[in-house]
Design a protein around this ligand. Sequence first.
Ligand SMILES: [Zn+2]
Length: 356
Amino acid sequence: MNAAPRPLSRGDASRYATRVTLLGTSGGPPWWDGSDRVGISTLLTVNGSQYLIDCGEGWGPSYRRSGESTPGFEHGIDTIKAVFITHHHSDHTVDYPNLLLLAWHNGSKGLKQPITILGPGDRSVLPPIFGERDHEPEVWNPDKPTPGLADSTDMLLKAYATDINDRMRDNAKQDLREILEVRDIELPEGTGKDPNGDPTPAMEPFEVYRDENVRVTAILVDHRPIFPAFAFRFDTADGSVVISGDTGVCDNLVTLAQGADLLLHECIDLEWVDSLMGPDSPKPDPYLRQHMLAAHTSTEQVGSQAEKAGVSTLCLTHLVPGNTPVEKWERGREGFSGEFFVGEDLMQFGIGVPGK
Ligand SMILES: [Zn+2]
């Protein structure tokens, strides 16, 4: 059995064939005063190939700083094999165009094959309107109001047509289809698709990707009204890593994370929520408070989730708000008997045995 993963110094991390780098640890979308954390993004490196999970604000420069990208003008993303988007919230995707458009200028020539990019498909139905309103909000882009990853990528590239045509004609850049292969994650046959009813039917994890380094499975998690919202599990020869995505307390996450070496779990500061809308706040709103807490996991809840899953190490990431002091996040260890850490940008974990 593997030793429980612990944070490593930069030099030590490179001794592990399989390692995890937290590129960004903040949940958004606000820019949090006094926080140095950049937007949520995580990198898994296995035998020199890389897998990027979510593209929060600032992931690119953070990837460069991490030492995990090959230095030099011609390099960078040429070691990235696949990208996984957990859900279509802007704090997870706002620097996705950065990957699509800057790839040319940061190593795409060195790619041996297109980067596989996988993410949730079309929600297919609008979410209900929350709270009391004077009038129904206008539907944005009514022809396709809840696009999945493939459609939204297509629309993003159309929006950047001026740049793309310029680079292809003036700088002889490659056809983007040679470097990007974007697909929606299809739910397995028989999974009840009920975005506005039960977004997380009990289910088994299902495979979404596999290569010589890693098998990736996904499961639906509870980030209502966002649907589909996925957590991902990465199984390698050295051990396993689970990324919760954004989720409230959810049995599917426990199913997916069973026995993993490292669980990276989102977290929300309940005191902060209460300062905004709790019973003693200037604007108490029990309904909105409940709505928010249904979609996220608090420091009071996260430890018992990790305990139920029996993971070796729990590390908090996607911290909301990003400027809550670390001492408060430390409460997340309550109810968990394994190793516990509060994530920091560029923190690294080795999986398995070093020097293999
Ligand atoms: Zn979210």
